[in-house]
Design a protein around this ligand. Structure first.
Ligand code: TPW
Length: 548
């Protein structure tokens, strides 16, 4: 076995199932080992941000490791934004970057793709990964790799592995099995006991599930826990889609004053909120009323638990959920059942399309053709998706980068074999839409709905007076054929329904549905979100609102 094979086998043993990448000379030897060893399949894409997004999505959809392999400098630095997203949203993405051979710098020349020093890239990645290793000694490599992969899994965050090109084919032994960290089971048991007492003492306890529940593969166990404790369940905004694969009754997604009033009332009137794996970010809680005191919540995140002024350090969420289950009685109470949303009747006529028509049409199509996992970009498509029935759902809602949707849809299909439904605005589509050209080669056939309002609509909503948010009409459906897919451009509700039906019923090629909308069309949720954020950032608005 050589270093490259040892790394690949360790990745597979730790749960990785595929690699996304773009080669370059510093990583060619490793790509050769990937191809020849066939330990993990390799999917090449066109631009490194998409490589990172797709690998991140594969990690998220499978609650496991994702892998992105790129060349030194030009490749790895191109991927920084995607890795930053994975870091911020807690996705265990393994970044493997090729690098100059150990002796290449000896000639005294600066090397191509080198920025400042040969260590610059590693230092940049130190900010956006939880562990960094350089494999420069084949004897030490197995231990280093074991440690790095273990950190990615334990923290659910990216790690950076730098692999100099002259190391790849050196003989190497296999990576040792991971030895679990020591934990204080007594402390975990006691913490679980206190959580259960607080929940039992409350009149209106509510469980809010967040991204960590999915990242750590805990959905079935958390659904069981919620049923045993008869806890009403909501998801955080970032956690939308969590528990969708279980039979838990999820009441909806919390989005403060921008969200559904019944869900907001449930959360805001609760006398004991239980935030399980919820990131405390402005996107999750920025639109909550000041009366929502998060310090009073029981909050499990980042390996510790806080409640009132108490902190329990070193409480891994997986062990905590198991301890909670161990202390609750099986079958004592059960709130189960699928989330039922009343659908208002869909109008299929020749009226222009608004965002709400898109969510209605997708709900109807999913009822007729079956559910698909959804990958959403940011922009109004994300707020439009709040009206889509609870389904497996990935998006970049906290870090809010753009261009995640299309590559995430590709990552989902590579990871699961299931075609995905992608929701994306025209601005975000301009960033990574080209990646659809890779579908044919890899056998993917996502359905991509482009919400085309000829501009950066969300920014327009915040600042309507500026014309720089106008993008013009690019006629995206026309490029579908040359990229190997089917394209449809729709302007009425009737055409939208037919196009979605057609897309669901055809297989084998990607389906691009370009939905033309008025430039100022906004979903009701985004409209409320913009008002809430403006009130937050503009005291004058707040005063006007208070006196209104
Ligand atoms: C990588 C800033 C946030 S929302 C937005 C921008 C430019 C407009 C999105 O336009 P789109 O959707 O996709 O047409 P919609 O519904 O608003 O019309 N660069 C990056 N990430 C972010 N978040 C921005 C800029 C931004």
């Amino acid at each position: 076995m050589n270093v490259g094979e040892s790394l690949l086998s360790a990745l597979k043993a730790a749960g990785a199932r595929e690699i996304f990448g773009i080669p370059g000379d510093f990583v060619l030897p490793f790509f050769e080992v990937i191809e020849q060893s066939a330990i993990l399949p390799l999917y090449t894409l066109s631009h490194e941000p998409a490589v990172g997004f797709a690998a991140d999505a594969a990690a998220r959809i499978g609650s496991r490791l994702g892998v992105a392999a790129v060349t030194y400098g030009a490749g790895a630095l191109n991927m920084v934004n995607a890795v930053a997203l994975a870091y911020a949203e807690k996705s265990p993405l393994i970044v493997i970057s090729g690098a100059p051979g150990k002796h290449e710098s000896a000639a005294g020349l600066s090397l191509h793709h080198q920025v400042r020093t040969l260590d610059s890239q590693m230092r940049i990645y130190a900010e956006i990964t939880c562990e960094q290793i350089r494999i420069d000694d084949a004897a030490r490599a197995p231990q280093q790799i074991a440690h790095a992969l273990q950190r990615a899994l334990a923290c659910s965050q990216p790690v950076y592995i730098e692999l100099p090109r002259d190391m790849v084919k050196l003989p190497c032994v296999g990576v040792p099995d991971h030895v679990a960290d020591e934990v204080d089971r007594g402390a975990i048991h006691a913490c679980a006991g206190e959580i259960l007492s607080s929940l039992a003492a409350a009149e209106h306890p509510v469980l809010m599930v967040g991204v960590e529940v999915r990242r750590f593969g805990l959905e079935a166990e958390v659904a069981e826990l919620a049923a045993r404790l008869a806890l009403p369940v909501v998801t955080s905004f970032l956690g939308r889609g969590v528990l969708a694969g279980t039979d838990a009754l999820v009441r909806g997604t919390y989005l403060g004053s921008a969200g559904r009033t019944d869900v907001s009332a449930l959360v805001e009137n609760s006398d004991q909120l239980f935030l399980l794996g919820v990131i405390r970010s402005d996107t999750n809680f920025g639109t909550a009323p000041p009366s929502l005191d998060l310090k009073r919540a029981i909050h499990v995140i980042d390996g510790h638990v806080t409640h009132d002024d108490q902190t329990w350090p070193a409480i891994p969420i997986v062990l905590l959920v198991r301890a909670l289950l161990a202390q609750t009685i099986k079958g004592c109470a059960a709130i189960k059942g699928v989330t039922r949303v009343e659908h208002s009747p869909v109008s299929v006529d020749n009226a222009v399309i608004t965002p709400i028509d898109i969510s209605s049409a997708i709900n109807q199509a999913m009822l007729r053709h079956g559910k698909l996992p959804i990958a959403s970009d940011i922009g109004d498509c994300l707020f439009t998706a709040m009206e889509i029935d609870h389904s497996v759902f990935l998006s970049n809602s906290y870090y809010a980068s753009m261009g995640f949707g299309v590559p995430a849809g590709l990552g989902i299909q590579a990871a699961t074999g299931s075609r995905a439904l992608v929701l994306v605005g025209d601005g975000a589509f301009q960033m990574t839409g080209w990646e659809l050209g890779n579908c044919f080669r890899h056998g993917w056939d996502p359905i991509v709905v482009v919400l085309n309002n000829s501009g950066w609509g969300m920014l327009r909503a915040f600042q309507p007076q500026s014309s720089f948010n106008d993008l013009g009409d690019w006629h995206f459906a026309d490029i579908a054929t040359s990229l190997g897919g089917n394209g449809q451009r729709v302007t009425t509700r009737h055409e939208l329904r037919d196009a979605i039906d057609m897309a669901f019923s055809r297989r084998g090629k990607f389906e691009l549905i370009e939905v033309l909308m008025e430039r100022d069309a906004l979903s009701p949720t985004l409209r409320r979100f913009v008002s809430a954020v403006k009130r937050l950032h503009n005291p004058a608005d707040r005063l006007v609102n208070a006196s209104a």
